[in-house]
Design a protein around this ligand. Sequence first.
Ligand code: ASP
Length: 323
Amino acid sequence: MLKRILTAAVGLAAMSAGALAQGYPTRPITMIVPFAAGGPTDVIARIVGDHMSRTLGQQVVVENVAGAGGTTGIIRGAQAAPDGYTIMMGHMGTHGAAPALYPGLKYDPAKSFDPIGLAAGTPIVIVARKDFPAADFKGFLDYAKQNDSKLNQAQAGVGSVSHSTGVLFNSVVGIKPTLVAYRGTGPALNDLMSGQVDFMTDQIVNVAPQISGGTIKAYAIATPERSPALPDVPTTKEAGLPGYEVSAWNAVFAPKGLPKDINAKLVEALRAALADSTTRKRLVDLGGVVPDASGQGPEALQKLVESEVARWTPVLKGAGAGN
Ligand code: ASP
């Protein structure tokens, strides 16, 4: 008898999970962006989320939950119900650098999530206020070495992309500027444009339009090749700092334990977004690198996260930023 009741109960639970997944989504989906509006993570989330909304038949609504270099929003996302109604846009900082910098971090980038897929690669660009007194990257490095104590460097909080790539930059160049923290590089960019801070290292999708518009200066891009979005900006190697090559990325994660069909729907919606020519163009025009088929999907993202945590931990410790 008991066995029959139990079997029936298990059957019911399985059915309701199945029915839940079948109807999914029946209401809007929240995508947590762990930084301020207007920055690169926010921009990529809105571009990708826009197309995912169309595939899923429900709005993907961005919620900005900034703080602690992006870890505040990601903790919130990791602890949300794994029902497909809360997902998040993480990045190289929250899912790569953060464990080296937050000893008690309340999530494990490789274990606390169901990875959905990579959204875009984002090369790092070294940018400065437009009246920075150096004509090229070499001049910038010379000036920075002589005046580093007077320089203000913007970044989006400990463990963020701008912070970790910025700390690495300072260590490679041998400078110690003052770090100024923002809730994202969207607001940091506003202060760079108005000349309140001197420079930052940031994801290309945030800064490309302002570089093209001449409201800030780009000294170099930290990738082996130039970006088609910024063809006039030299690589760090071309410009004389080959030891500084670094790239970031943004990716969609869900809290661990999603029902299989819901997981599959989200993976497919992201895949469809990246296959859509208008969505791709919006990312590429900003300098984003759309992953090819082998770089898309949960497995590739899981591998990327594991390799990024392994890569960043010694790098940040070596740069004097680790614990
Ligand atoms: N790019 C920022 C960072 O430094 C975050 C953001 O505003 O999206 O991590």
